[in-house]
Write a protein that binds this ligand. Structure first.
Ligand code: PLP
Length: 280
């Protein structure tokens, strides 16, 4: 069952026009939620970001987020989902191809959920990454459908035998293909400031809050490719990947080549916040 407009309907009954601006312009936004114990995790932050993305690209939501929340609850129940992901997409409208916003645009809402298990192996053992130039536009803070640069860079990282790419814009490390990046040097946690060059990740914000509670000093400041290469620990944060250690960068071990002590403390604190954490 899927969300289409204002209804939860069977997948085969969802009809999207080839004239949907999401297809030919990528003119739309999206949001991804985790479901634990059948409930949306960090839902207020996700709805708030969805509203902000919509407002930044001037898409009017067809109904309030309270109604969307209700519909997502129905979607989760209709699919009998316990642990998984929910994807919601809102495009400007379907209309003949022409750049200006059409008059009386009616936003098109679709959504679906899928089973998703926590990536336990990667959380435990870490992943590998390569540094690649950030070729995206200057509004990475908006969660738009325009993910082609992210797709190309992720594929390039994988073609080079790594799990993911860490992006740098010039000398400055920004984020990853679908997660934020953090590094630890001399006990201090560094991450790119939440400006227009990164997505303002919800897991990033939670991690920074946890770091505060654990009295780990934080610098939301720019740092360079050389700083990253000299880091003691590196990790990625995202809704699905949680806090994933990076143990190799461009083929070289990060720190001791195994997940370090600060990421371990933060991972523990993060898991403790998950619903049903005692069984996770
Ligand atoms: N950065 C990018 C480019 C992303 O696509 C994502 C998630 O999809 C994130 C960061 C992490 O955001 P969040 O923690 O809200 O999932």
């Amino acid at each position: 069952m899927m969300l289409s407009g204002n209804r939860i309907i069977p997948d085969e009954e969802v009809h999207i026009s080839p004239l949907d601006r999401g297809y030919y312009f990528g003119d739309g936004i999206y949001e991804v939620f985790c479901i634990y114990d059948g409930a949306l995790f960090e839902k207020e932050a996700h709805f708030q970001r969805l509203l902000r993305s919509a407002s930044e690209v001037r898409i009017a939501l067809p109904y309030p987020t309270e109604r969307l929340e209700e519909l997502l609850g129905e979607l989760i129940a209709a699919n009998g989902m316990d642990t998984g992901l929910v994807y919601v997409q809102i495009t400007r409208c379907a209309a003949p191809r022409s750049h200006p916003f059409p008059l009386n645009a009616e936003a098109v809402v679709t959504g679906w959920c899928t089973e998703y298990q926590r990536p336990l192996d990667q959380l435990e053992n870490g992943i590998t990454a390569v540094l690649l130039e950030d070729i995206r536009w200057h509004r990475c803070d908006i969660k738009t459908l325009n993910l082609l640069p992210n797709v190309l860079l992720k594929q390039e990282a994988m073609d080079r035998g790594a799990n993911d790419a860490i992006f740098h814009r010039g000398d400055t490390v920004t984020e990853s293909s679908s997660s934020n990046v953090m590094m630890v040097k001399d006990g201090v946690l560094w991450t790119h400031p939440a400006d227009n060059h990164i997505l303002h990740g919800i897991t990033r914000a939670v991690t920074l809050k946890l770091a505060g509670q654990l009295q780990i000093p934080v610098k939301e400041q720019f740092y360079t490719v050389d700083d990253l290469r000299a880091a003691d620990e590196i990790f990625l944060t995202s809704t699905g990947a949680e806090l994933t250690p990076v143990v190799k960068l461009d083929g070289q071990p990060v720190g001791a080549g195994v997940p370090g002590p600060i990421i371990r403390r933060l991972q523990q604190a993060y898991v403790a916040r998950l619903p049903g954490s005692s069984s996770r």
